[in-house]
Design a protein around this ligand. Structure first.
Ligand SMILES: C[S@@+](CC[C@H](N)C(=O)[O-])C[C@H]1O[C@@H](n2cnc3c(N)ncnc32)[C@H](O)[C@@H]1O
Ligand code: SF4
Length: 461
């Protein structure tokens, strides 16, 4: 099974930059919109016969030190005072948004991401959660998923207890690598004992699930060093693991210029690491969910994939697909009534909009029927490695064979390579195609434009 999943020859052949499809169309396709557009989408979504429940994403951009590999939207500062006006802006944004959505629409999921959300003081977190509960209707605690990204270096056991009392029930911890030389090379010194302490606290205080983020392809990593890292990580026993392929785009992320090109592992070494990661995690009982994600078989992500209920959004894979997603904070992305909306990516314009009592939206995308059709196909393939072309025909009233004749033609070589099986009723991704599912999806992406791909996306593996 692992051998079939990892086919080195195929991976090398298909190693071109492709989007990660956390959305379709992808963020580079978004265009300028203003708040009236967003308000219209919300109104329309409220008018649905049974409006979708809600999922809230809150972006906290601050970090007190910089990690040299980082590609996230962040503001580096040690000065905690910077968070004070930001929290005030978030409260104002919540008030504005809360008044737009119909009162009966329940919040089923919240996610705090960053940057480092725990840059905020406990009182500030309490303020935000209290305001959220004032402006939105929450489902009973045990039915909802409330998650937060943590930098273990920035929290202690008391913070974990506090987050649980606020209602958080899932934690995601940044680790990246436990090897000290690698940690020094990326400016992120994080003792394993600290990570263990936070994970133990999560268990003590009754968090439902924990995720660890790792990155392969970082400077000074070798097959042996990352193998030793994984052994230690498996020993910690997280429910989920996100093992990202290091995206090195120094022309886009200035801080990455601190990383010496000559310290980066070779393409072959990264491939060896990938094979090792898959073998080790499968042997340790984790399920490969897709892209960079692994989960224990009893974790809700693995179960959702098994019963066809897995979705994909801007935070990666999700079990809450039927929600409208409301983004808050600079750069956050939402999805309302099927359309995308993104806030200003820079702090100043974000603040200015809120000060002017306006929704801080900058860009977005209104999906036409063709976009919706392609989004459904890409999501099904990304989440379930399977597409019933018949169900697409029923849902969108198209004849699949005719509508997608050029795409089906383009897929032929993937059939010949053993990535997919294709017949009149379905597309089935084979084991050898699972690691290349982005490439398969890209065939259905109407907006892919080769020269631009190079700038915007990292390689498939
Ligand atoms: C917003 S950050 C994580 C939360 C927290 N700030 C921390 O570092 O612990 C989300 C994750 O993105 C991943 N990441 C950041 N930059 C990356 C890059 N250039 N390539 C691949 N993964 C990256 C890291 O694994 C990181 O933990
Ligand atoms: S990885 Fe996390 S802590 Fe490091 S700079 Fe990026 S967002 Fe901040």
């Amino acid at each position: 099974m692992q051998d079939q999943l990892f086919n080195e020859e195929l991976i090398k052949r298909y190693d071109v930059p492709v989007p990660r499809y956390t959305s379709y169309p992808t963020a580079p396709q978004f265009y300028s919109i203003d708040q009236s557009q967003y308000r219209r989408w919300v109104r329309l979504s409220n008018q649905d016969e049974s409006p979708n429940p809600l999922s809230l994403y809150i972006h906290i951009p601050f970090c007190s030190t910089v990690c040299y590999y980082c590609a996230c939207t962040k503001i580096i500062t040690k000065n905690r005072k910077h968070a004070i006006p930001y929290v005030q802006n978030l409260l104002a944004e919540m008030r504005l948004l809360g008044s737009l959505f119909n009162e009966g629409r329940q919040v089923k999921q919240i996610h705090f991401g960053g940057g480092t959300p725990t840059f905020l003081q406990q009182e500030q977190m309490l303020q935000l959660i209290t305001a959220m509960k004032e402006f939105f209707l929450f489902c009973p605690d045990q039915d909802g998923e409330y998650s937060i990204e943590l930098d273990p270096r920035q929290v202690d056991v008391d913070d974990i207890d506090f987050l649980r009392t606020l209602g958080f029930n899932r934690l995601s911890l940044g680790v990246q690598d436990v090897d000290q030389r690698v940690q020094a090379a990326v400016n992120r010194i994080q003792p394993l004992t600290k990570t263990r302490e936070i994970l133990d606290a999560a268990q003590t205080y009754g968090f439902k699930s924990t995720n660890l983020d790792l990155i392969y392809g970082l400077p000074l990593q070798t097959l042996d060093s990352f193998s030793a890292t994984l052994d230690k990580i498996i020993d910690l026993g997280p429910d989920r693991l996100s093992i990202f392929n290091y995206a090195h785009l120094p022309q886009r992320f200035k801080v990455q210029r601190q990383i010496k090109q000559s310290d980066l592992p070779s393409a072959q070494s990264k491939l060896d690491m990938l094979r090792m990661i898959i073998e080790k995690l499968c042997d340790a009982g984790y399920v490969f969910i897709g892209m960079d994600h692994f989960a224990r078989p009893d974790d809700s992500l693995a179960k959702a994939q098994e019963n066809g209920g897995l979705h994909r959004n801007f935070q990666g894979y999700s079990t809450y697909g039927n929600c409208d997603l409301i983004g808050m904070g600079m750069s956050s992305i939402g999805q309302v009534g099927g359309n995308y909306v993104q806030n200003h990516r820079q702090l100043k314009p974000y603040q200015n909009a809120i000060t002017g009592n306006e929704l801080p939206v900058a860009r977005g995308f209104e999906l036409k029927t063709d976009d919706q059709l392609r989004r459904t196909i890409i999501r099904e393939l990304m989440c379930h490695f399977y597409l019933s072309t018949r169900s697409i025909e029923r849902k969108f009233k198209v004849e699949f064979k005719r509508y997608f004749a050029p795409e089906l033609q383009a897929l032929r070589y993937m059939v010949d390579d053993g990535l997919i099986q294709l017949d009149d009723a379905e597309i089935r991704v084979q084991n050898a195609g699972r690691l290349l599912v982005r490439n398969i999806c890209s065939v259905f992406d109407r907006y892919l434009d080769a020269p631009k791909i190079q700038q915007n996306y990292s390689s498939a593996i």
